[in-house]
Design a protein around this ligand. Sequence first.
Ligand SMILES: [Zn+2]
Length: 443
Amino acid sequence: MQPELIPESSYLITMRDGTVKQVNPFTGTEVWTVPGRANRPIGGDGAKPKPLPAEGRDRVCAFCAERYLDTPPEKTRMVWDGGGHRTIRDVAADDLDATTAEFRRVPNLFEIVSLEYWRRNFDFEMPAAVRARRDAYLATPTGHAHVNGVLSSRLKAAGWSAERIAALPADERLAMADAFFAGGHELIIARRHYRDDAVTDADLASSGTLTPEEHNQYMRFTVDAVRDLYEGNVYVRYVAVFQNWLKPAGASFDHLHKQLVAIDERSQQMEAEIRLARLNPNIYNDAAVNFAGRHNLLLAENEHAIAFAGFGHRYPTLEVFSKSRRTQPWNHAPDELRAVSDLVHACHAATGAHIPSNEEWYYRPRDVDVPMPWRVFVKWRISNPAGFEGGTRIYVNTIDPSTLRERVVKELSALRDSGAIADMAIGPECNWQYNCLRYARGQ
Ligand SMILES: [Zn+2]
């Protein structure tokens, strides 16, 4: 359905039999929730958890802390030095084990948008500082071996034989390795694979099992990387930020990480949303937060952010909106960023580590003049669209927004009582006001 033409009265309708029909005001996605399907158990792949051995829990996957050489050279890492978190840039290969990375920023070995894409389509050239960093890294025997090793695994995964890899001339090898220094698809990887108190292999360390402060550092570190990607390539129009948690949600490993992908478009979806925001600059209050508040869908609120159970999504979705006047994450003041982080963290904690999820960020692209707030969605990937959806474009979501809200509010209250999430107003405690998002009056 054309979002411009959707009347507010059709965003959320409950039929006499209990069927809940929803239309997303921004995308036009039509969703039904049919009674009786909402309370099915969710999450978990049915496998019986296996006890964890005492040794080797940090060598389980290529993102693990004892396998730093399995990923391309780090751009930055965040360390805890006893008193606070600090960021170290350009860690040399010989120093990788000198500190423990709480979070590290590394290029994705398998890029969605490659360095070649920017080179061939835009004549993008590696900035001098990046070239200097590459040369410095490759100048040590350890660095050289690391880059060669990672390059070989990448080529092997692409189907190259060992002989063909060995026969590759040094200059071609070097050119291929440039992607590890100047590419635009990156990962932010957290330290733990399992929780510190893990007993079985089901005790994974997810976003929700971090402390609120660790989660804040995770967000801050990611935001710094987003800004850096924009600064490093003038042709970039948008940096997409997302987190796939568990395999059904698209993750390669059950190890907490976010992905950043720089692209040269705003995407069709974003273009459509820009048109809506131009027609009604207050749309994110009107069609999101005001509507959710009026329909008692609010989950939680703090000074600078608000969360609610979303409507018109293919999957049950928790939406967190920044109330800041500033529309891009890297312009947020530290307490504003912390407020968004606290609510996103709480949403993950209430979701639980066993539910596959996608976290998606949205914010104003740098070449757009229309104000749009920063918002983060957490989607529960608990069902797969089937034939009915393909034929009708009407999606069946198993949990309606009110049921989702009830379930999450109960979890949030228990989590706050136990101190696992930051202090915040929950459910009916929210002191929500109309037009609480200030982005339209901001920058
Ligand atoms: Zn791992």
